[in-house]
Design a protein around this ligand. Structure first.
Ligand code: NAD
Length: 439
């Protein structure tokens, strides 16, 4: 079986490379010639732990190659994965233009049976639109070629993407015909050597499963953030509450961390898109509407604490900020809470010196224009003479910093920690004025 992956971003590149790793021959396509050039020259255009070596290994073995040539990529794969972006439209719904363009490009070039797999996160009903787009293009060519459309949403997490793909909790496959079901079952055999992980279901259920999972995770975060804010007012410690809650197996410990809100390319857009899908179909998702609202408010939580300490006008102040990426182990800056934090500090007249171990380059691209923002190339360098340290992303390297050096570098020993990284009692003993979330 040969495989084509359309879109060589976080999902497409990981999918293609992991499939090649198990022995498949894979062609990765992208419309962005810059990305393909980097890949063809042995680099990778994103940061994802372990990915670069895996790409190199599979290219060297002759199982993985990259192209911008659509005719070549359509001819190559019996299975054509669509893994292009589905960014939010103005009303919050998922913009399907890239998915449908990819589908049409397959239809324009295919000469025999193809399985077209939606791996992008797409609203319920998209497979029907993909099917219609392909049928229309084929009709325009006067071609009568069989094809199947399958929904196979991706659950990988950036930062742990390879492990997630190689050892999935589950592989959700929405399929309406037996021919494609058999091909997809066979395709995922290498990823379930010890037990069956494929959940076969109808296409619409598969499409909705992805949104339901992300919406649930976002809900846990917003729920904890609101409770954290309450705990703070009531003199409780949300970290103790978190442990007390999580020990109930019906609740579990995962995804109960309070902080400065969720970001990234998935939760914000997927929550909005699900709310919008519901609205278009006569439903109001009240819980999810509140999840989104709570998250927007939470992104400003750290700045509110800074303002409570320094006053509304922050001109003349300079803050060190650790962590720009929306979460550790990625360079992804899409909807990162750091962007809101820095913008708000800047709007109030403050200067910010930011450090991130891998996202600086991407941050310079998306935040470069913000007044008063500069970037440090090491974590301690950001601190020099700053009024306080703000922590926005919980990179491992921030877990046990040299607190004496921090004290010496800052104007005063003052930390605003948006990720609850440290023990408040111990830090206070060390002479720090320490402000965290919910404690
Ligand atoms: P991305 O922006 O990193 O990559 C998308 C790529 O598709 C880009 O390189 C773009 O140039 C390319 N592209 C666009 N139109 C194309 C076309 N017609 N032909 C070929 N290439 C084309 O996006 P991503 O983060 O990989 O996300 C892709 C999809 O997967 C989205 O729907 C997203 O919601 C979903 N998803 C993302 C994650 C994640 O963690 N990033 C996890 C699960 C699901």
């Amino acid at each position: 079986m040969k495989i084509t992956v359309i879109g060589s971003g976080y999902v497409g590149l990981v999918t293609g490379t992991c499939l090649a790793e198990t022995g498949y021959h894979v062609c990765c396509l992208d419309v962005d010639p810059r990305k393909i050039e980097i890949l063809q020259n042995g680099g990778i255009p994103i940061f994802e732990p372990g990915l670069e070596d895996m790409v190199k290994r599979n290219v060297a073995a002759g199982r993985l190659h990259f192209t911008t040539d659509v005719a070549e990529s359509v001819a190559f794969g019996d299975v054509q994965f669509i893994a292009v972006g589905t960014p939010p439209d103005e009303d919050g719904s998922a913009d399907l233009q890239y998915v449908l363009a990819a589908a049409r490009s397959i239809a324009r070039h295919m000469t025999d049976y193809r399985v077209v797999v939606d791996k992008s996160t797409v609203p319920v009903g998209t497979a029907d639109k993909v099917r219609a787009a392909i049928a229309e293009e084929l009709a325009a060519r006067g071609a009568d070629i069989p094809f199947s459309v399958v929904s196979n949403p991706e659950f990988l997490k950036e930062g742990a993407a390879i492990d997630d793909f190689m050892r999935p909790d589950r592989v959700v496959i929405g399929v309406d015909d037996e021919r494609a079901a058999e091909i997809m079952r066979r395709l995922y055999k290498p990823f379930q050597r010890n037990h069956e992980r494929v959940l076969l279901m109808d296409v619409r259920s598969a499409e909705l499963t992805k949104y339901a999972a992300n919406a649930m995770l976002a809900t846990r975060i917003s729920f904890m953030n609101e409770l954290a804010n309450l705990a703070e007012t009531m003199g409780a410690d949300i970290e103790q509450v978190r442990l007390g809650m999580g020990s109930d197996p019906r609740i579990g410990y995962h995804f109960l961390y309070p902080g400065v809100g969720y970001g990234g390319s998935c939760f914000p857009k997927d929550v909005k898109a699900l709310v919008q899908t519901a609205k278009e179909n006569g439903h109001t998702l009240r819980v999810l509407t509140a999840v989104e609202e709570a998250n927007e408010v939470q992104k400003l939580r750290l700045v509110e604490k800074v303002v409570a300490r320094f006053g509304e006008d922050l001109s003349g102040r300079r803050f060190a900020l650790w962590g720009l990426a929306f979460k550790p182990n990625t360079d992804d800056m899409r909807e990162a809470p750091s962007r809101v934090v820095v913008e708000e500090l800047s709007r109030r007249g403050a200067k910010v010196t930011a450090f991130d171990p891998v996202a600086t380059h991407e941050a310079q691209r998306v935040m470069g224009g913000i007044a008063g923002l500069s970037f440090a190339d090491n974590m301690m360098g950001a601190l020099d003479g700053a009024d306080a340290l703000l922590i926005v992303t919980e990179w491992k390297m921030f877990r046990a910093p040299d607190f004496d050096a921090i004290k010496r570098s800052l104007k005063q020993p003052l930390i605003f920690d948006g990720r609850n990284m440290y023990d408040p009692a111990w830090l206070r003993e060390q002479g720090f004025d320490y402000h965290a979330i919910g404690r």
